[in-house]
Ligand binder design. Structure first.
Ligand code: PLP
Length: 411
């Protein structure tokens, strides 16, 4: 028997590049919406691995899909296609506006593909207009961590210090129809938008705003990209949020929940745009590998049913009602917002900047939650989390509130 070296949270600081500063405990096991750490302490998971584990941890049917494919074929390269990826692509195109799919391994890569496709399509279609390279994005948006996607993202802190950055990218205020009218024009090749901003503070778009972007992209031959990496795959209460809005993009990116924790992402698009990625123009070693595709195919099959999607709406209403109750007792929130099970609670001005403290206090009380920036608490649980786990999680959260508010009063 091989002996495993002893590791602890301290080992992180010894051997890991410090891009993260993880919590003091180490989760070792999980089932449904419960997680246990290496000391055997249990947690209610209202974070879902940051909007990833849509069917909770260890879902038996997802596990069976993984194990069965693991015994069959893991990887064969894109020199060959494979059956799981074809089934998944068929399922996604049957379920959405899209007729073609490109697979990647992360949200950033799916967005990278979307932005490159838009640039390439404009290059091919408008040779007389070499200036048609402009990308319009929105303040506070988040699209990933590659150099292109941090440049397109609307939070300058993520791109700072990495220049020179890709050019011809403009950031407009979100939900601002006037600004969109004045900025989108003949030089625009793509507009990329999150229908609900996630990292940026859980801000849903107005329908009018998305409709305006659609109309302006049509008018100026620009590609409309919806980044649904966080809100997508059932979290909105529809399979994708564009369905909630009734506004259809040309390209949609999906990741996080798609693999329920297995790294896989997809860029969905149309028959018109797909040929601009001809053989050799783009690719990925792991993109669409059989193992990830088999898992995602099962996840989409299980999520895209009325009981689960309606269940998201019921759970959403339940969480919001509970948060209103908590706020009635503690007065810590100034606004509750979001869609489906991507929910945000903006802290009242008295607690501005203290979202990370609430997250840490909640963890100490046995519940995993998230923040989105310094002022917003974020909940992104499993789409099928049992109602008892919601209640127990929020009870634990509520018990943690005084540890933050009392220190505020004392400060
Ligand atoms: C998480 C996220 C991404 C990046 O996804 P990765 O898998 O971390 O690369 C992109 N866009 C949005 C909206 C996200 O929430």
């Amino acid at each position: 028997m091989t002996r495993q070296p002893a590791v602890s949270r301290l080992t992180f600081d010894d051997v890991m590049v410090p891009t993260y500063s993880p919590a003091p405990l180490i989760p070792v096991k999980a089932e449904g919406s419960r997680v246990w750490d290496s000391e055997g302490v249990d947690y209610i998971d209202l974070a879902g691995g940051i909007a990833v584990t849509a069917l909770g941890h260890g879902h038996p049917e997802v596990l069976a899909a993984l194990v069965s494919q693991a015994k069959q074929l893991w990887h064969i390269s894109n020199l060959y296609t494979n059956e799981p990826v074809l089934r998944l692509a068929r399922r996604l195109t049957d379920a959405t506006f899209a007729s073609k799919v490109f697979f990647a391994n992360s949200g950033a890569e799916a967005n990278e593909a979307a932005l490159k496709l838009a640039r390439r399509a404009a290059f091919d279609r408008f040779p007389a207009n070499p200036e048609k390279v402009g990308i319009i994005s929105f303040a506070q948006s988040f699209h990933g961590r590659t150099l292109f996607t941090v440049s397109v993202g609307g939070q300058p802190k993520y791109a700072s210090g990495f220049g020179p950055l890709p050019g011809d990218i403009e950031h407009l205020p979100y939900n601002d129809v006037e600004a969109a009218h004045s900025a989108i024009g003949a030089k625009t090749c793509a507009v990329i938008v999150e229908p609900v901003q996630g990292e940026g503070g859980i801000r849903p778009a107005n329908r009018e705003f998305l409709k305006t972007l659609r109309a302006l992209c049509d008018k100026h031959d620009a590609t409309l990209i919806f980044d649904e990496v966080q809100i997508g795959m059932g979290r909105s209460g529809s399979l994708y949020a564009y369905m909630e809005y009734g506004v259809t993009p040309d390209v949609l990116t999906t990741a996080k929940s798609l693999g329920n924790g297995f790294p896989i992402a997809a860029m969905l698009t149309t028959d018109e745009l797909a040929p601009h990625f001809s053989p050799g123009t783009h690719g990925s070693t792991y993109g669409g590998n059989p193992l990830g595709a088999a898992v995602a195919d099962k996840v989409v099959e299980l999520v895209n049913v009325p009981t689960v999607l309606n269940g998201v709406r019921e759970r959403s209403a339940h969480v919001l009602a509970s948060l209103r109750g908590i706020n009635g007792r503690h007065g810590i929130f100034k606004e509750l917002r979001g869609m489906g099970l991507l929910l945000g609670a903006e802290l009242s001005d008295d607690f501005a900047g203290r979202a990370p403290d609430f997250v840490a206090a909640a963890l100490s009380a046995g519940v995993m939650i998230l923040n989105a920036g310094q002022n917003v608490l974020r909940l992104t649980p499993s789409l099928i989390i049992p109602f008892e786990d919601i209640d127990e999680g929020l009870r634990r959260f509520e018990s943690a509130i005084p540890s933050v508010t009392d220190s505020q009063a004392a400060a």
